[in-house]
Design a protein around this ligand. Sequence first.
Ligand code: EPU
Length: 341
Amino acid sequence: MITEIPDFNIRAFNTFGMNVECSKWIDYTEPSDLPSVFASVDRHRFRCIGAGSNMLFTGNYDGTLIHSSILSVETEPCDNGMTRLRVGSGMTFDKVIEMSAAAGLWGIENLSAIPGDAGAAAVQNIGAYGVEVKDVIESVEVYDIQENRFRTIDRVECGYGYRMSMFKLPENRYRYVVTAINILLSATSGPKLDYGNIRQALEDKEVSALTPMDVREAIIRIRDEKLPAPELVGSAGSFFKNPVVSREVYDKVCLIAGESVRVPHYEVEAGVKIPAAWLIEQCGFKGKTKGNAAVWHKQPLVIVNANGQATPDEIIGLEQDICRAVDQRYGITLEPEVDHI
Ligand code: EPU
């Protein structure tokens, strides 16, 4: 079923809570709706939107927002002992995690409580606590607007990287609409507990006795401690990506920090990853406000709509202040993780 609404206010459909409109809102419930949806949509003035949890609307959107309400979940055992879940793109991904954890299936429990829908999770390659959704994705089902056909894209062709996939490449921006994702979960693989303080959050539980639900609950406790509650404070999660810099730039950051400070960092293939949260905090932005926008007081990587009244300009103003300060102090250019639309 297709529902079309002109001049639609999307405040309730972006987690930042920006009070803006789109020219047209289209909701659809079946993959088979898509050919007729695209028969009338301007193919260069539309965006697919899930829960709007990684988007900053910079003003009214002069185009069509296309929203999936494909809410199916099919479960199928595979020959190799894994279980395949075929999840409709409009399913809230956390609901899928809750269901799979309750069924004793491992693989996505560390991604618990990340806001957003399944389709967007596969495009964005959401990640947290040592797991990325690409780790479990087998394939992504799409409608290819350029070729007017449905396709299944395997995980290699998805071209996954850190918060990246081929669906995000500029040449593909108006090409693919995700209809379903296929993920492979395991009843036996066990927990991934190496990131940060997951082990502590599990208190004294024996690792061998842990269930996916135990880990899910621990992750939710950790997130509740540090991140704003999405239903109370508008944000889009991490606003910036963690930058990967050269060894020389990392050495310079250490020099600026001084001998007594240990600069947090992780060695990665392309260089050294430094947490953007640390850089932003060092520049004095933790808890800082600008009008109705603020840097979250417990996790400075998150910019929030502090009282629900922030405008796009206030959020962008704070973003620019942060980028300028980090660049001036460390010579590092922060890249937004949130899509500006
Ligand atoms: N840090 C500070 N000050 C703070 C908070 C953190 O200096 O107030 C430094 C610490 O060194 C800490 C490090 O930042 O060890 C990393 O912090 P955290 O574990 O909170 O993770 P992050 O790198 O800031 C990333 C993801 C989050 C994800 C967490 C946990 C990105 C852009 N963000 O944040 O994802 O939940 O790891 O895995 O990679 C999101 O993408 O929206 C998101 C919330």
